[in-house]
Design a protein around this ligand. Structure first.
Ligand code: 6GP
Length: 803
């Protein structure tokens, strides 16, 4: 069909849909109605491919991957779906012809925010990558009634509002009543001797109906549509639940826990973990048997991947089903389970490693607890003879009254991976070292990746189009082909065009800031961006100390050289993370002070954009000149905003942590700004207890002055928060070595500021980053999981060969 025909047809479908759904004409329709009508058209196009994909999988008996994740963070679907269907340009044209503001239509879609940050967004990037390389992979998670809170600032303080994302219905999902599963909690369980061996008898407890809502995950430029299945908790039909029982049940999928770095060990959270794990596994096994396969074939037909430890109860749940419901023996059930399950770790922070009180666990999931006791016993027996009692004790899932989920995951899976080379190394050497001794072959690294479709092709159309003019369109399918851009790094006209695109993207962000925050930012200044969760280890505070350093320098001497910068922050803090919220307040007050001081604000501005999420990221990332990735070395597992920012031409200002290391290596050290302590130095300080924040404070007059500004009234309105920050750095000896890296940070910032003044040289560095970004595509990451862990086919290499 000619493009014009497609546009004409789309137009007709769109107008018909508006009338069918809302009985309105285009002129009278709201943006929300326009969005919903268009989404319905797109959904129809997805539906045919989706049905065919499902039939195809069933008919060919393809092995299926199930990605179990307690969080998915998709953002908006419309634009990404149009892109992957190859309809984005036509839709844009249609909207222009209809004189409709397409951006406003897209913005009527709410961001689906069923995740906190990195882990959930990675899961959604994988959901985009899998169908795009024709990999049979489904997501399995929770359909939270309320997603991550909406953030606003009042007097500089973070305020949280509920995220009522289902208010207008979700156009994309399909409720599947016939796929519902019952999930059982609590009560008592006795083992009874039967002719078939010991069998559990249940007494009391609570049945919850898990109802799935499926959403099609659209592959790019192919006919593959996979399924993301999110479960919702309901009262089972025919059950007379009291009001309080109903509210207990509905709370299970009621809201997302808004913390990604601290395990609270709460009962409801455990119920959530069991909820989607049990419903998912039951459903998988049901279909496996219905398709005529034996349970022994499970590891050949199914790969279950657990995204961090939240779904670890998959392991005892599979054992329960195989033993109790199908009468398998322990050894064969264990073999099937461990060969089916694989595990990714996403954090090195001790406080984020999940542990449950055994009492609570036994109350909530009594049968699973018995099975974990049995797993624990087998484990101790099997390792004690060779490695000794002490080793067995250290590695046991049950220890000191707690259930250790990472240990259970390591024991009950056949593969364990970290998400960047340094992280995987630290898992082997430190966090999971004992398990590495036991099973070195289980361990591997799978460096994270991002979907360049959402973060480049869709979010930065002008950059993508400019790249096409130089190297053609192959790189869109095979992201590593983008290295061909390196041939143009002496092409001055091209460098100028790149700079123009960057400037347009900066203007677009500046317009947003002006419109939403009433602040006019200077697009000629360096856009210095730090966007991620607010956490002490990510060190937004170090960035802030840098800002105060420039501020004080300019106040002291109006002619001091400071390269003009706009400092851009966006971050949510967990509502219970008091210190993180205090840091937000201090940043907001510094922003106020700086932005309202005419003596400095032609050189510096500070903006903290509220309510960070996927869509805001899509706006900020294309506009960034500098990407602040400044975590304490050895703390950030990988990072993924670092990859998105480099792909859009931002230069990294980075510590040697997580995937920063790999990005610097790929782009070339001369095209990035590395600084600060490395992991060895950090670990040495922790081990030798020889770090003294007080000494640094005393011996560095510049830093001394900056820190005092937090407590002497220089920064207004932060009496309490400024003191809290000061105390954590000085009195509590600065757990994350902010002061230890301060000098190196400000020196590097100064050098960067000088370099930026040479626009052409800077753009050349920017180009080097773009050209090196291909290897960080999630398509490769997912292909590596497929080849080395899941053992399922995909067509990434076939695409390469057919070129
Ligand atoms: C995050 C890590 O902090 C981040 O470094 C990584 O890029 C991301 O996972 C994806 O791998 N971890 C989490 O969000 C989390 O909740 C338990 O970890």
């Amino acid at each position: 069909m000619q493009q014009n025909d497609t546009v004409t047809q789309l137009k007709q479908e769109f107008l018909d849909s508006l009338e069918a759904h809302f009985a309105v004409s285009l002129a009278d329709a709201t943006d929300l109605q326009r969005y919903q009508a268009l989404a319905a058209v797109v959904k129809q196009k997805i539906a045919t491919k989706w049905r065919r994909t499902k039939e195809d999988y069933r008919d060919t008996g393809a092995k299926q991957v199930y990605y179990f994740s307690i969080e998915f963070l998709p953002g908006r679907y419309l634009r990404a779906n149009l892109l992957n269907l190859g309809l984005l340009a036509d839709t844009e044209q249609m909207m222009t012809e209809l004189d409709v503001d397409f951006t406003a239509v897209m913005e009527a879609e709410v961001d689906q925010g069923l995740g906190n940050g990195g882990l959930g967004r990675l899961a959604s990037d994988f959901m985009d990558a899998m169908p795009s390389i024709a990999l049979v992979g489904n997501g399995n998670g929770i359909r939270y009634r309320y997603g991550l809170f909406r953030q606003a600032f009042i007097n500089g303080y973070q305020v949280e509002y509920p995220d009522d994302w289902l208010k207008n219905d979700d156009v994309w999902e399909v409720r599947q009543d016939d796929e519902a599963q019952v999930v059982h909690y609590g009560g008592n369980v006795y083992l009874q001797d039967t002719p078939d061996g010991l069998r559990p008898v249940y007494d009391g407890g609570l049945d919850v109906l898990a109802v799935p809502y499926d959403t099609g995950m659209v592959g790019a430029d192919n006919d593959v549509v996979n399924t993301l299945r999110l479960w919702s908790a309901e009262v089972p039909e025919g059950v007379k639940a009291s009001v309080s029982e109903r509210s207990v049940i509905e709370s299970i999928s009621g809201e997302l826990y808004p913390d990604d770095s601290n395990e609270e060990g709460r009962r409801l959270r455990l119920r959530q973990e069991y909820f989607f794990s049990s419903a998912g596994v039951q459903n998988i096994i049901k279909h496996h048997l219905a398709d005529g396969y034996s349970l022994h074939a499970l590891p050949f037909q199914v790969a279950i991947h657990i995204n961090d430890t939240h779904p670890t109860v998959v392991i005892p749940e599979m054992m329960r089903i195989l033993l109790d419901e199908h009468g398998l023996g322990w050894e064969e059930a264990w073999g099937i389970t461990t060969r089916t399950v694989s595990y990714t770790n996403h954090t090195l922070l001790a406080e984020a490693l999940e542990r449950w009180s055994q009492d609570l666990f036994a109350q909530e999931l009594p049968r699973l607890f018995q099975l974990i006791q049995e797993i624990d016993r087998h484990h101790r027996v099997s390792v004690a003879s060779e490695h000794g009692e002490d080793f067995a004790w250290r590695t046991s899932p049950l220890q000191d009254g707690q259930v250790h989920m990472a240990r259970l995951a390591a024991i009950g899976s056949h593969a364990i991976n970290g998400v960047a080379p340094l992280h995987s190394q630290l898992l082997q050497d430190k966090v999971l070292h004992d398990f590495y001794i036991l099973w070195p072959a289980k361990f591997s690294n799978k460096t994270n990746g991002i979907t360049h479709r959402r973060y480049m092709h869709a979010a930065n159309e002008s950059l993508s189009a400019l790249i096409d003019t130089k190297i053609g369109r192959d790189w869109r399918k095979l992201p590593k082909d983008i290295t061909k851009l390196r041939d143009f790094n002496m092409d001055e006209a091209f460098l100028r065009e790149l700079a123009v695109v960057k400037r347009q993207n900066k203007q677009r962000l500046a317009d947003w800031v002006s419109h939403n925050m009433g602040i006019d930012i200077n697009v000629d200044a360096i856009f210095d961006v730090q966007i991620k969760r607010l956490h002490a280890y990510k060190r937004q505070l170090l960035h802030l100390l840098g800002i105060l350093t420039d501020y004080l320098a300019l106040k002291h001497d109006a002619n001091a050289y400071v390269a003009p910068r706009v400092h851009i922050f966006a971050a949510k803090a967990a509502p219970s993370y008091h210190y993180a919220k205090q840091i937000i307040k201090v940043i907001n007050e510094v922003a106020n002070m700086v932005n309202n001081d005419p003596a400095v604000n032609d050189k510096m501005q500070v903006v903290f954009l509220p309510n960070y999420g996927v869509s805001l990221a899509e706006l900020i990332i294309p506009a960034a000149d500098v990407s602040e990735q400044i975590s304490t070395a050895g703390k950030e597992a990988s990072g993924t905003s670092n990859m998105k920012l480099m792909a859009n031409g931002a230069l990294q200002l980075a510590t040697m942590d997580g995937a920063n290391i790999d990005i610097i290596h790929a782009a070339g050290a001369e095209n990035a700004y590395a600084f600060g302590m490395d992991t060895d130095t950090v670990y040495k300080h922790y081990e030798q207890h020889d770090y003294s924040a007080w000494d640094i404070y005393q011996n560095n007059p510049k830093l001394h002055r900056v820190l005092d500004a937090l407590i002497d009234g220089t920064v207004p309105n932060v009496q309490e928060e400024g003191q809290a920050v000061f105390d954590s750095l000085i009195r509590d000896n600065d757990e994350y070595f902010v002061l230890g890296d301060y000098e190196s940070y400000v020196d590097t910032q100064a050098r960067l500021g000088q370099d930026y003044q040479n626009q052409q040289a800077w753009t050349r560095k920017s180009l080097a980053n773009i050209a090196a970004s291909g290897e960080f595509s999630a398509d490769y990451t997912v292909a590596a999981y497929a080849d080395e862990i899941w053992h399922v086919p995909h067509n990434l290499l076939a695409q390469q060969e057919s070129k």
